[in-house]
Design a binder for this molecule. Structure first.
Ligand code: P6P
Length: 336
């Protein structure tokens, strides 16, 4: 019989010295949240969850009804278990302390409950991204500052992809494994063990409508991909993809290779990038590196960044190692 996700986690836990079962309990609650979100996302218009919520989030972005609903699902599924000291979300300006009626635990949970939600009304794949950190020792009531840990401190990172099938992909620092939801039995089943990103690729993903705002190294890299073998710039021809849903892009890259870029640009000089470090770039970078890929801003390894605030944005260039390293080399050449 195929291994389900909870069995996989418990067996993983046996390799962790002193593991108390707290982490396994937290991950089980996160899995429940993803199952409930999968139900609501796939029901869509049938249960009236599409369309705008008529509100804005901390990012100044118009919230979809499902942005608000999924955020609530994550909180209600995880606040009571006694595994968390606090949580933080793309959809909430401040951290969410665990209410007094519940016991507190030793972990911090950071999440984007519905990434790519601009796609939800047009029935294109969306996802959930989550990252688990340890709360600092002896801190009973964490503040936002306690969340500001570099990505290398993550205990676990994962995403759920609500696509033709619902999948959950995660790492605890021991490789990357993918699970597919069998809705007949309500369990995630191990279907993609030891996912690895090919070091080379012929597929790049970037929102080319921003081309005029890119820095020179990215202009050069994308132009060479577009020219392919014809200009002598590259030894092969490239294909392009852009789903506008980071979870879908990263899953494609984990499955067949590729490079995903949301680089620094001059579109809004006040913003260092579009994607958020704590609940998009860091968890996805942890997963990509654990699958043998690379993740950089172009100037530094994403996982090494010391966060300065909860909703900090960073440039993201991630995927097949040899292509990411090429883009990094163009940045080094341009800024000597
Ligand atoms: P654009 C979704 O809003 C998101 O945060 C990522 O999932 C996605 O890769 C990116 O933004 C899409 O950005 O500018 O193409 O809409």
């Amino acid at each position: 019989m195929s291994k389900n996700l909870v069995q996989f986690i418990i067996e993983e836990q046996r390799h962790i010295p002193g593991a108390s079962g707290n982490f396994t309990g937290l991950l089980s609650d996160v899995i429940t949240a993803c199952k409930i979100i999968a139900h609501d996302v796939h029901k869509g218009a049938l249960i009236g969850v599409l369309g705008s919520a008529g509100s804005e989030n901390i990012q100044g972005e118009t919230q979809k009804k499902l942005d608000v609903i999924t955020n609530e699902i994550f909180i209600r599924s995880t606040e009571w278990g006694g595994h968390l000291a606090a949580m933080a979300s793309e959809e909430m300006e401040d951290i969410y302390p665990i209410p007094g009626q519940y016991p507190k635990g030793k972990y911090l949970l950071v999440f984007d409950p519905l990434d790519g939600s601009s796609n939800i009304d047009v029935n294109i794949s969306v996802g959930t991204i989550f990252s688990i950190l340890r709360a600092p020792e002896g801190i009973a009531n964490p503040t936002a500052t306690d969340f500001l840990q570099p990505g290398t401190k993550q205990v676990c990172a994962g995403y759920a992809l609500y696509g033709p099938s619902t999948m959950l992909v995660l790492t605890t620092g021991n490789g990357v494994n993918g699970f597919t939801l069998d809705s007949d039995i309500g369990e995630f089943i191990l279907t993609h063990p030891d996912m690895c990103i090919p070091p080379d690729t012929q597929e790049f993903a970037i929102n080319t409508s921003n081309q005029r705002f890119w820095e020179e190294p990215v202009q050069r890299y994308v132009e060479e991909c577009v020219q392919g073998k014809s200009s002598g710039g590259r030894e092969k021809n490239f294909n392009m993809r852009w789903v506008a849903s980071m979870v879908a892009e990263v899953h494609r890259i984990l499955t067949r290779g590729g490079i995903f870029m949301y680089p620094k640009d001059t579109k809004d000089p006040a913003k260092a990038g579009k994607l958020r470090l704590m609940y998009e770039a860091n968890p996805m970078s942890f997963i990509v590196e654990q699958a043998g890929g690379a993740a950089s801003t172009g100037r530094e390894r994403i996982l090494d960044i010391q966060p300065s605030n909860l909703h900090q944005r960073v440039p993201v260039i991630l995927g097949s190692k040899n292509e990411v390293e090429r883009v990094i080399s163009y940045h080094q050449g341009a800024y000597v």
